[in-house]
Design a protein around this ligand. Structure first.
Ligand SMILES: [Zn+2]
Length: 176
């Protein structure tokens, strides 16, 4: 583990309060699936994308029973100020709602769609490669597991839960 999250070893944050405080979501599948997330204490921000969901409670039956099924997200570092630039841009059209803002959901807006398609995509396009993968029910809740994004070999892993050290079926096994 070499990548830091908010200047700390990410594994030290497993089980602790999430470092993140604000989400702007551009995709939603029972929860934010694509969007941007910002730290509560520092200016660190990431683009996130949901890679997998524990659909049948295969990896964590208890959480799944509670309706808090585990999800796995990839985190791509955003350049300094990108999160705030996007919020400022979209705030000119719609009043933000925190901690989770879904622009354009309460009221469709062609102007908002234009901003998201053109300007927001351009800002997000400057983001680099995924740095971390996180297992959590919600990026604003404690992380269950976190690792460096696996080295790219041109193929996405078949089982993101296995990459994070989860064994399927029965008891949840999270390794660091
Ligand atoms: Zn931070």
């Amino acid at each position: 583990m070499t990548s830091l999250l908010c200047g700390r070893n990410p594994t030290d944050q497993v089980g602790a309060a999430s470092p993140f405080a604000k989400i702007v979501a551009f995709g939603y599948e029972d929860g934010p699936s694509i969007g941007i997330v910002r730290c509560v204490d520092c200016s660190e921000a990431y683009r996130f994308e949901m890679l997998a969901t524990d659909v049948d409670g295969l990896y964590d039956q208890a959480a799944w029973d509670r309706g808090e099924e585990l999800r796995i997200f990839a985190l791509v570092p955003l350049s300094e100020g990108a999160f705030d630039r996007i919020v400022t841009l979209l705030s000119s059209v719609e009043e933000p709602i925190w901690p989770v803002w879904l622009p354009g959901v309460s009221r469709r807006s062609p102007e908002l769609d234009r901003h998201i398609e053109a300007d927001v995509s351009e800002i997000l396009g400057t983001a680099g490669h995924p740095r971390l993968i996180v297992a959590t029910a919600d990026l604003l809740k404690p992380f269950v597991a976190i690792r460096d994004y696996p080295a790219e070999d041109g193929q996405a892993p078949l089982d993101w839960f296995a990459v994070l050290g989860f064994a399927s079926g029965g008891q949840l096994v999270a390794t660091r």
